[in-house]
Design a protein around this ligand. Sequence first.
Ligand SMILES: [Ca+2]
Length: 479
Amino acid sequence: MPTRREFGFPAVVAALLIAGTPAAAVGDDRVLKVTRDFNAEQLGPLAPISHHTWTDDQKHAAGEYSQLEIVDDSASRSRCGRIKISDRLPWGARTEYRVLTIGPDYLPPEADAVRMRVRVVSGKFELRVGSPTVYFGHSDILSESREVTASADGAWQTIEFSLHDGLTRNFRRARFGRESPVIYYTRWIQEPLYLFAGRSSAGEMLIDQVELIARGTGRDYPEFPGDEIKQVAPIADFENAADLERTFTFFQEPIDFHREPYLVRPDWRPPQLQRASDGRGDGIKGGKYSLRFEQQGTEETCFAGIRVDGTAAANAVALVVRADHAGGASEVVVDFLAYAAPAKKSASFPWASFEPPGSWQGSPMAFTYYLSEDRTHETDYAFYHTRRTLPNGRWTTLVLPLADFICAYGRGEAAALFREQRPLAGDALLALGWTAPFGARRNKTVLLIDGISLVRVPGDAEQHRSFPQKPVVTPASRP
Ligand SMILES: [Ca+2]
């Protein structure tokens, strides 16, 4: 069960052995990427700290409260970010402010920590990293804080923020996520990673390089060679038009059906679904027709999906899929949801009761189903989440092990799936959903899905899980 990046490990091990490095070095820090390299940036000022809760006078004076700038540090002969925070910065009730963007919109699953080099010239800083998560989830997550003060010799210090341990969250936009026993779903950001300064911060600090570190705790999304993927039951191959009837769009936010058809926000519109004749065309059986999905990425509220007849024999869902996203990125991020119900109830899930009123049907603004928690609260069901990156513009067989989904919500008889974070069972599956997420909002995402199947792949749940979930927290500390 190799994963993409593990293919490189034997060469690393061999090199270390040749060099006589102790075996213990294997598995140590690996720099996944430099997420902010000030050496590559233009000299000059950046926007100072500001906040939407400030008065107009405070916003006008933002440049007096803090100054952010790309500078050349003559002592270290390197280009750096310089952060100056005045003790007059208006904190109000806030405990931290966002200072800098330091990372990508999404964390690779292997990312275990953020590491950066800083030099405090004067004063002290209380630093954290964090970002919002998926829209239906957990508001914002912050790492543990690190306090750095000026050292007598003015030396650079390396500080690190774990992406697993000591995390905290807030409840800024949580609804059902407020009750979640896990602090994040799968790989937690939805926007870029930010550097935050806590309220005791004041002085002058230089920041050099920001790196994303892997240590082997988080793992790449599991991949399986074709001969390891055993078909259990097809879900749809779209060779017959009838397969389109299994597909639908759905909306997870509250809606008012007393109004004429409307969009809750202008970009919260149904994804476009159609059967398309541009399948793989490579002679593989079933490759003539695909489901074509098109959506401009937005907050994770608008989804497409397909009904699934679950079976206990399956431990994964496989999709033969091609993702296309303009803009040049090599990978396309897709968020997946799996809807589940207690096995005896999945066949009687009341889909029709979640349709909009007749006067809405046929409107381009109407979704097939409305599955917000206020409309579904009498139904026994749960939904789970996982995230994947797909190669841009290339067909791939994507395997989603059920063990790599995290329960995001559960009601009625399925409430325990959520409360106790039980794994997703094959015979509980009733639908698979997906969306082009917020990070993909600058361009349309097109998915061509040649076929979807329930499958069985080797390995146990622990091997199928790409991310650790710790700590599992109780929501008792919420404000
Ligand atoms: Ca097909």
